[in-house]
Design a binder for this molecule. Structure first.
Ligand code: PGA
Length: 251
């Protein structure tokens, strides 16, 4: 059985105290009214992770980093290692978000290294893929996603692959208020699952594939009702506890 996951990506938002307050508020609503069969993940900025982890009920909310280093440790000023995240209480790490690819030049080859490093230190990668608008308009989105999946995941050992969560985030839908239609989301999610099944066999049935990109309380139910959509990676709407809980309960 694959897991239903709703993960909030806070991006570079919230001061330390604001983040801790949001985590306390989220924890309250998730514990009081959150669907128990949904795995809830929050991804605060690095500086907030340890404290957020302390204020949430770890049986109900897991914590993720938004990135990690390619290296294990050493003279890499400004970098945060997978082991540091894990030792601060994170169980997940978002990798390959389109903002990392676009603004920080992260390539599929680099992300392959990061995914392996995360797995080495017991973090579950939430690996993001997705096409930009020009690629979709040119009908190239399947090729782009295939490359993002093959280059980054196909050389994993099966036992490692089984831990990975994939997020499909069409870049044109992130933070724009435009959402992929339910059919567009299902079409790509099915494509991703088929690619994974061709390589990893039945294990792909258990891979959670999340949708991200302007997912909100109004459209979550329709998106999540698709056979191959196993939850969401939520940006803007994860910053408001009332919106986030409605998405968690949208199944
Ligand atoms: P959004 O962001 O929900 O604000 O569109 C999603 C994401 O970037 O993960």
């Amino acid at each position: 059985m694959r897991k239903k996951i709703v993960a909030g990506n806070w991006k570079m938002n919230k001061t330390f105290q604001e983040g801790v307050d949001l985590a306390i508020e989220l924890n309250k609503v998730v514990v009081e009214k959150g669907a128990k069969d949904v795995t809830v993940v929050v991804s605060p900025p690095f500086t907030h992770i340890a404290e957020v982890n302390k204020v949430v009920d770890n049986d109900r909310i897991s914590v993720a980093g938004q990135n990690c280093a390619t290296e294990t440790s050493g003279a890499y000023t400004g970098e945060i290692s997978a082991e540091m995240l894990w030792s601060s209480g994170a169980n997940y790490v978002i990798l390959g978000h389109s903002e990392r690819r676009t603004y920080y030049g992260e390539t599929n080859e680099l992300l392959n290294t990061k995914v392996k490093k995360a797995l080495e230190f017991n973090l579950i990668p939430i690996y993001c893929v997705g096409e930009v608008l020009e690629e979709r308009e040119a009908g190239k989105h399947f090729d782009v996603i295939k490359e993002q999946i093959e280059t980054v995941l196909f050389d994993l050992e099966i036992a490692d692959f089984e831990k990975v969560v994939v997020a499909y985030e069409p870049v044109w839908a992130i933070g724009t208020g435009k959402t992929a239609s339910s059919d567009q989301a299902q079409e790509v999610h099915k494509f991703i699952r088929t690619l994974l099944a061709d390589k990893f066999g039945a294990a792909a049935d258990n891979t959670s594939i999340l949708y991200g990109g302007s997912c909100n309380p109004k459209n979550a139910n329709e998106l999540f009702s698709n056979a191959d959509v196993d939850g969401g990676l939520i940006g803007g709407a994860s910053l408001k506890a009332e919106d986030f809980i409605q998405i968690i309960n949208a199944y």
